[in-house]
Ligand binder design. Structure first.
Ligand code: BT5
Length: 271
């Protein structure tokens, strides 16, 4: 039995009444439990599901972050989902989708809750200095060697401190912790898909400029002293800009500028 057949009994119904998108999320698969929605997305690509397909789960047993890290996905309190994209551009531009995804989630959360999240390069969204959302963009090739991009988003909506491990309790938060009230997940989810579709279309239609501008307006990384770990090396400097490719430019102590590609690094703000 393949992965999707195995999962079939865990599928739930999802009402998409509030969905305002044209194509993104029109195919939507909602599960009670999966290992990782990014993994399920691969199985859907393998059976020919098209761009815009969304997989969402109430609980992930093996939710993951970048570089093999774990993404804690407690039951029912978050939006843990993945979107399948088939970008009509070269692989080297794929990391830029991280930027537009961050911008889209910030915009949707602002519209629905009034809360302003800050973007920490490359893929963390912070609220009151704590992580509330992580984004994971992974490339996947199907049998015909067509490149897909699976965009995974984990947003803590109604997640309480006790739902998370001791390890990350102090560095993470959720929207309901900040607002001190229960948040309905469906309207927020629909809004995120709507913003994601808009920003993706903007990106495809006119490139990174508008995305980059919005990213810059909402970022909390530039101008800060940072410590970057990349392939076993540690680099200290001031985050000064992001390039048109979405790379972070950091000025070292001797004035040298280094460029870091999203995906390869972990970054800590130290000032
Ligand atoms: C990320 O990685 O932040 C990307 C997370 C993407 C999760 C989504 S959920 C749907 C889809 N399916 C998946 O399997 N993944 C995606 P990274 O930058 O490597 O950050 C991981 C780190 O965030 C961990 O090492 C913890 O320190 C922290 N963390 C883990 N779970 C968290 C949570 N629920 N809230 C806040 N921080 C968390």
């Amino acid at each position: 039995m393949n992965k999707l057949q195995n999962l079939a009994r865990l599928r739930l119904n999802f009402t998409t009444n509030g969905l305002k998108t044209k194509w993104l999320g029109k195919n939507l698969y909602y599960y009670q439990t999966v290992d990782s929605t990014n993994e399920v997305a691969k199985a859907y690509i393998d059976i020919g599901q098209e761009e815009g397909t969304v997989i969402i789960a109430d609980y992930q047993t093996a939710g993951r972050g970048r570089l093999g890290r774990k993404w804690e996905s407690p039951e029912g309190g978050g939006l843990w989902f993945s979107v399948i994209f088939k970008p009509p551009f070269e692989l080297k531009y794929f990391p830029q989708v991280n930027l537009l995804a961050a911008v889209a989630v910030v915009e949707a959360v602002k519209k629905r809750t009034g809360i302003a999240l800050g973007i920490k390069w490359p893929n963390d969204l912070l609220l009151n200095h704590c992580k509330v959302c992580g984004i994971l963009a992974e490339t996947y090739f199907n049998k015909e060697e067509v490149n897909y991009l699976i965009l995974g988003v984990g947003l803590n909506v109604n997640v309480s401190e006790d739902d998370l491990s001791q390890e990350i309790r102090l560095s993470s938060t959720s929207i309901n912790t900040a607002l001190k009230k229960y948040i309905q997940r469906e309207p927020l989810f629909s809004e995120i898909l709507y913003c994601l579709e808009n920003w993706y279309e903007t990106f495809i239609g006119s490139g990174i400029s508008a995305v980059r501008r919005a990213w810059l307006e909402n970022n909390i990384t530039l101008g800060r002293w940072v410590e970057i770990r990349s392939f076993g090396e540690v680099f200290h400097g001031k985050a000064v800009d992001i390039s048109m490719d979405g790379n972070l430019l950091v000025e070292g102590e001797r004035g040298e500028i280094k460029s870091f590609v999203t995906g390869d690094v972990s970054l800590r703000v130290i000032d």
